[in-house]
Design a protein around this ligand. Structure first.
Ligand SMILES: [Zn+2]
Length: 271
């Protein structure tokens, strides 16, 4: 599943091709994604200029003067830039063509993604309104997290994966950041000290920034016509490494299930 770093990498990949270009044509081959694509999307967006290509959580925004096209990649979606010389394939559900002839093409085999319209301001849209802060913003601090965690009985792992608390920490990154911060994923969020939250916030920012950097180097070509843009293989410290030795202490990495999701951690390094 595309996580925040892959979505940010996608955003950076498509931005130069779309910015300040006018939308000329929108082709919808499949309306039924996670939510139906609004029938009047072309009517709202055609002949409008893309003023910004931005991101909030895992939503990519094409910001126009009269509103915003919101794109989510769901479980398996990907974006690429092509021209009409590249014929759409089976799972290429939406094309957005701009004035330089380039096409932004959404491929989504499992159809859990979405393409929606939001009137201004996009921050009031129902999918966006209740989202917590961006993990890479300066407003996301240890004090903020510590405050939100007060009296919370849930595990720290489910706490940081809660998008009302902070967006963009998916299952893989939750394991990775808790390992970097030396915090046991089962520990109750409300029992963690401010100084440990400082480590955790640094670990979240570091882990996501490294993954975005990695994405930038491995996912350069958004205009490639062959195959998938493909999500990059990340260098992971604990996730998916059950039974392998910990990079810090040599213990074996353990796996268990929390809220039906796999958690990986080192019992020696994480307390
Ligand atoms: Zn260890």
């Amino acid at each position: 599943m595309p996580e925040l770093p892959e979505v940010e990498t996608s955003r950076r990949g498509i931005e130069p091709h779309l910015l300040n270009k006018k939308i000329k044509c929108i082709t919808i081959r499949q309306h039924k994604l996670r939510w139906p694509i609004p029938k009047n999307l072309p009517q709202l967006a055609i002949n409008k200029t893309v003023r910004a290509v931005s991101r909030r959580a895992k939503y990519i925004y094409l910001e126009l003067d009269n509103g915003t096209i919101i794109i989510h990649l769901g479980m398996s979606g990907s974006l690429r830039i092509c021209t009409d010389k590249t014929l759409p394939e089976k799972h290429d559900h939406v094309d957005i063509q701009v004035s330089n002839g380039k096409i932004l093409r959404l491929r989504d085999p499992r159809k859990f993604g979405c393409v929606l319209w939001a009137d201004n301001p996009v921050s009031e849209h129902k999918l966006i309104k209740l989202l917590g802060p961006e993990p890479l913003d300066d407003s996301f601090t240890a004090n903020y997290l510590h405050d939100k965690a007060k009296k919370r009985q849930c595990s720290i792992k489910s706490f940081i994966m809660n998008s009302h608390i902070v967006v963009g920490v998916g299952n893989i990154y939750a394991s990775e950041t808790l390992f970097r911060a030396g915090i046991n994923p089962k520990r109750k969020a409300g029992n963690i000290s401010l100084s440990r939250f400082e480590k955790l916030v640094s670990a979240i920012k570091l882990t996501l920034n490294l993954a975005i950097k990695e994405g930038g180097t491995t996912l350069r070509d958004f205009t490639g016509i062959s195959g998938q843009p493909g999500y990059f293989a990340q260098k992971l410290l604990v996730y998916g490494r059950k039974g392998e030795t910990c990079t810090q202490c040599g213990e074996h990495i353990k796996q268990f299930t929390q809220q039906a999701r796999s958690t990986f951690y080192c019992t020696a390094c994480q307390r």
